[in-house]
Design a protein around this ligand. Structure first.
Ligand code: C5J
Length: 251
């Protein structure tokens, strides 16, 4: 069986049961004027991963493996938007309000669309999800079961919210999960590092692991020997512990 060079252990790769899940690579999270920016975030970190996500998607398509796209969005009448989500924090505009790209995070609005560069091909699965996790209130579980999918590779945003939540939901349902570290991003470097550190330190047997995109699309890992990866990730975990204390979490 082929293996993907991953941490904290190699990922046994069974192409007949594997799918790529691209989480929420939407204009609302990646472009000025969208939901992410309305919360005061710098969207440049999200746009920076677009070429890597694209390469990963193309690798899966070329191998004939399924690509599943998710979109965080709500019905126009907001019937699937709990007040606790709409009123959270103090955004300049809220979910459902009119923004420069239409109503924020509402199905069918221009800003809710997946980025053009990463647009689903006809026939690819697109999951519209009202929650952070892609299994909650969606048909994702049934779709995966019907297709015999047991292994999920994750990309998308944000690492610590929708990506991590969906990975945890998937692990709970018995899926083997692999996070592509360079194809996921957060608005906060510390949050991405913390999430990766948690996955590395807490992954149980056949649980969540991480890998660089090049190993997943099976290009040679020429300039990154495994020992270097280990050293770097050890560093991330330590950095996480040291910096979390003085990181300004302001609500
Ligand atoms: C958030 C997401 N962060 N896709 N959504 O609200 O992670």
């Amino acid at each position: 069986m082929a293996e993907i060079d991953a941490l904290p252990f190699p990922f046994a790769f069974r192409p007949e049961t594997m799918a790529l899940v691209v989480i929420d690579m939407q204009r609302d999270f990646a472009e000025p004027g969208g939901f992410g920016a309305s919360l005061g975030n710098d969207v440049g970190r999200v746009t920076a991963i677009v070429p890597t996500v694209k390469r990963l998607i193309e690798g899966f398509r070329a191998a004939g493996l399924p690509v599943i796209h998710t979109m965080e969005c709500h019905r126009p009448d907001l019937s699937d938007l709990p007040p606790a989500k709409r009123d959270r924090g103090n955004p300049s505009i809220r979910i459902g309000d009119m923004g420069p790209m239409g109503r924020l995070l509402i199905a069918g609005e221009p800003g809710t669309a997946i980025l053009d560069e990463l647009a689903p091909l006809p026939g690819e699965i697109v999951i519209e999800k009202p929650g952070k996790g892609a299994f909650y209130a969606t048909p994702l579980g049934e779709i995966l079961k019907a297709r015999g999918i047991e292994q999920l590779v994750f990309a998308g945003v944000t690492t610590e919210v929708c990506v991590q939540t969906t990975m945890r939901e998937a692990n709970d349902r018995g899926y083997e999960c692999l996070l592509c570290e360079e194809a996921t991003e957060s608005y906060f470097e510390e949050f991405k590092m913390a999430t990766i550190a948690m996955i590395l330190l807490a992954a149980g047997p056949r649980s969540s692991v991480i890998a660089p995109s090049r190993t997943i699309v099976r290009e040679p890992l020429a300039d990154r020997p495994r020992s270097e990866l280990r050293a770097r990730h050890g560093g991330w975990a330590l950095l996480h512990r040291r910096r979390l204390l003085d990181f300004p979490i302001s609500g």
